[in-house]
Each structure stands twice: as structure tokens, then as C-alpha cells.
Design a protein around this ligand. Structure first.
Ligand code: SAM
Length: 262
């Protein structure tokens, strides 16, 4: 169910238009480029959920080989229009992160699933996707992705969190709170506190998407069987969050995870 609703949204022309004009790297992605700068020129990279190619222009010139994949044909078309002339050797293809059988085992040195692309699939499919990424990545290779932070949205379900000294801000925030509760009738501040992950409708693209939110501790548990050297970064500052306390306290709506294949 989650698959069809989200794919329909990502295939719609207004959403494709929005992504095809994005340009800027997020701070955590800038951190990653600094960390891997010596290795990127020898790397074969898969940019999963490439969307309209926001990351393409930054990574294509840095890596040895670049492949962009997205399950929305509209996104791939937009990317082709944007980059085929500029980068004639670029490879862009329609494909689904849950089944990457077009790629052989141990194919990539670096897999990027940026800007929360992994959050638009169900829980079972997320675990399948992690398996797929570990299959097609080389041992010692890198995975870098972001995922929505349950600790941050949890606060939004508490109406008291929206009260401030600024009456206009309080008014706007309480309206957003009402929408959030209205679009997620089965989730309350009380029930969300008991969860390690939850799929819900948030304000992005006007509540059209079903989005997976997870606590960092749970995300690390999902990664541990397949990946090692797991690190967590704030998307806003690009700084590493080294302790669980840092990750819980950090109010970022999404966090970046860097890990290496076992
Ligand atoms: C939030 S957008 C980010 C796009 C782009 N990476 C960026 O940073 O601007 C998420 C992207 O992931 C893609 N996506 C979601 N689920 C996917 C899946 N199962 N397989 C491939 N792409 C997927 C969507 O079509 C969309 O283009």
C-alpha cells in the first residue's frame, strides 16, 4: 500500500518539477564529501532515489563511475534532460531499491540513498532494501543515507510543544499540529512514545506521502547485522552525533547514517 501511494506522488509532475530544480548539498553531504575526498576518484557510485539529480552535479565530477537510479520514470526523465548533454557518460535508469537484480553482487564502492528516499517504503521492504544494498556493495564499501528522526516528530505530537511567547507562531504551529493529528488519527503523543519506528503522514508534499520515522538507536540495530563502523550525522550542521544522548537531543527532522559493508 505504502509503495503505490508514494510512487504515485513521486511520479506526479508537480513533485518531479520540485526536485528537478534542487541544487544545494545538505550539510551532512558536504561532510561526507570531505571525509571521502581521497577515495571518491576511484569509486563506482550508485545514487539511489536520485530524484531530479540534486546530488548528481556534486558527485558525478568526483567519482570514477556514476549510476543514478529512481523508481519514478518521471524523475529519471528529468535527470536525463538535465544532465545527458553535460555528462555524456552518465548512466541513469529506472529501478526499485527493493529489487536491484540488474546489478551483480559486489558492484559498488559507494551507495548514496539521499534525502530520506529509504523512508518511502514499508518496514519489511526497508529491511529488504538494506539487504539489497549490502549485496550490491563491495565489502568495505560505503553506504550513506538519511532517515526521518522519530525523536523529532514525536515532539510535534505534543500540543504543549507548540506554545511559545509569540502568539502568531503559536497560532501557526497549532494549526500544523491539528493537521498532523488529523492526517494521523491513530497516532498520539502517548502511542508514538512507545514506538521505535512509525509510518505517518507529515507536511511534506501536503501530507500526500507515507513516511517512515525511526529512532537512531533502532536504525543502528537494523544496520548492525550487515554494516560496520556506523556513524550518525546531523543533517543541519553536518556534525557527527557521537553518543545516543546527542542523537536523542538533536532536534533534526532527519539524520544521516554513514556505514561500511562488512
Ligand atoms: C525525497 S526524494 C529525494 C530525491 C533526491 N535524492 C534528492 O536528494 O533531491 C526521494 C526519492 O527517492 C525515490 N524513491 C523512493 N522510494 C524508492 C525506491 N523504492 N526505489 C527507488 N527510488 C525510490 C523517489 O522517487 C524520490 O525521487
Amino acid at each position: 500500500m505504502i509503495k503505490d501511494v508514494n510512487l504515485n506522488t513521486y511520479a506526479s509532475s508537480d513533485v518531479v518539477d520540485y526536485y528537478q530544480y534542487l541544487q544545494q548539498l545538505q550539510p551532512a553531504e558536504e561532510t561526507l564529501i570531505k571525509l571521502l575526498k581521497n577515495q571518491l576518484p576511484t569509486m563506482k557510485m550508485l545514487d539511489l532515489g536520485v530524484g531530479g539529480g540534486r546530488t548528481t552535479q556534486h558527485f558525478f565530477p568526483l567519482v570514477k563511475e556514476y549510476i543514478g537510479v529512481d523508481y519514478s520514470a518521471g524523475m529519471i526523465e528529468a535527470c536525463q534532460q538535465r544532465f545527458t548533454q553535460l555528462y555524456p557518460s552518465i548512466k541513469l535508469m529506472v529501478g526499485d531499491a527493493r529489487n536491484l537484480s540488474q546489478f551483480e553482487d559486489n558492484s559498488f564502492d559507494f551507495i548514496l540513498f539521499s534525502f530520506n528516499g529509504i523512508d518511502y517504503i514499508s518496514h519489511e521492504d526497508r529491511l529488504k532494501t538494506l539487504q539489497e544494498m549490502s549485496r550490491i556493495g563491495k565489502s568495505g564499501g560505503y553506504l550513506f543515507f538519511s532517515s526521518h528522526n522519530l525523536e523529532a516528530i514525536e515532539k510535534q505530537f505534543n500540543w504543549q510543544h507548540h506554545l511559545s511567547l509569540n502568539p502568531f507562531k503559536t497560532y501557526v504551529d497549532l494549526i500544523m499540529f491539528t493537521f498532523l493529528r488529523g492526517f494521523n488519527p491513530s497516532i498520539s503523543y502517548h502511542t508514538i512514545q512507545e514506538k521505535n519506528y512509525a509510518i505517518l503522514r507529515d507536511e511534506s508534499h501536503n501530507f500526500r506521502l507515507r513516511t517512515y520515522y525511526i529512532r537512531a538507536s533502532e536504525q543502528i540495530k537494523q544496520l548492525e547485522p550487515l554494516f560496520k563502523d556506523i556513524k550518525v550525522y546531523s543533517w543541519k550542521t553536518g556534525l557527527e552525533l557521537t553518543t545516543n544522548d546527542d542523537r536523542v537531543r538533536c532536534g533534526d527532522m532527519w539524520l544521516y547514517y554513514l556505514c561500511r559493508l562488512k
